[in-house]
Design a protein around this ligand. Sequence first.
Ligand SMILES: NC(=O)c1ccc[n+]([C@@H]2O[C@H](COP(=O)([O-])OP(=O)(O)OC[C@H]3O[C@@H](n4cnc5c(N)ncnc54)[C@H](OP(=O)(O)O)[C@@H]3O)[C@@H](O)[C@H]2O)c1
Length: 329
Amino acid sequence: MAQPLHDHRPDRARPGRSAPRTALVTGASRGLGRLIARELASHGYRVMLCARDRDELRRAERRLGADGAETASVACDLTAPQAPTQVLAAVHERFGPLDLLVNNAGIIQVGPFDALREEDFRRAMETMLFAPLRLTTAALPDLRAAGNGSVVNITSVGGRIPAPHMLPYVAAKFAATGLSQGLRAELAGSGVSVTTVVPGLMRTGSHTAARFHGRAPAEYSWFAAAASLPLLSMDAERAARAIVRAAERGRPELVLTPAAWIGSRVQGLAPATTTRLLTLAARLLPGSGRDPAHDVPGAEAGRTAPLPSWVTTLGDRAGRRFGEPRADT
Ligand SMILES: NC(=O)c1ccc[n+]([C@@H]2O[C@H](COP(=O)([O-])OP(=O)(O)OC[C@H]3O[C@@H](n4cnc5c(N)ncnc54)[C@H](OP(=O)(O)O)[C@@H]3O)[C@@H](O)[C@H]2O)c1
């Protein structure tokens, strides 16, 4: 087997080395972030978890600890200007310098353009572009000093294909993929590897944590179905394993799910065709209605969604396992 370009195995896994490596995973209280943290811990990393909700973080720490992981957590809103200082201070105090940063925290807002406000775009950009930008900038001295430091940016197929009814998310993820790929090029030779992860839909169960606008129950229905059905979405644990493998190998890019891979290629080669298909998709999606709702949590929108419960069985099951909010009943 070919030797990986960047050997990111934890030092304690290497002969003659003793210090374990340290990772920081943002958005690690639930969903994909929690699974990436678990996977990193199983590769010998000590992992600092970060998210806003302290109780969810504590639950995640308990679950990971039960699996034998060495973790700590810091509750922090990453969109706050002082967040990078606070989070890195927590990493240094508990584990020492950072070797691997996973920018995973994200928010999903679903709804037609007419029901959205500028503040929705600002929130998406702050969470998924500026927060990782500031944290990466602050972490770079540690990562450079490590000699083989890594940044993993969890973007989305929404950062390659402008999916209708998700425009704040799309705008932020397009920006994030550009930043991530450009950063890889600029940091080449510095000893810091940047991996851009472009997932398609994964069954994390996060449809209950997403926010819905316009005709919220109808928007919830299409989104929750797409994020739960096996042909459209992938198993989140498998995704976490592939992400950690890609990080260890210092891969430039990882596209997850065949649909995301095909969609990205078609968009690159025939953008006019993609636009025509997206126009068709937009016509099939719900209109904004006479009195569009704003910012309805998925757990609430799901209560009156015109969707048979079996459609989201797999997504709901994943949500229960990976710490997502329960749908209201
Ligand atoms: N699920 C999918 O199908 C899918 C597909 C493509 C890409 N992705 C991307 O994968 C990543 C994880 O998705 P997921 O499905 O696991 O989402 P999720 O279950 O909703 O988890 C999001 C995480 O981000 C944290 N977070 C959100 N805003 C934050 C902030 N301002 N400061 C700190 N933490 C914050 C959340 O905790 P708090 O709310 O407590 O802060 C939570 O831990 C996201 O970047 C998402 O865009 C997901």
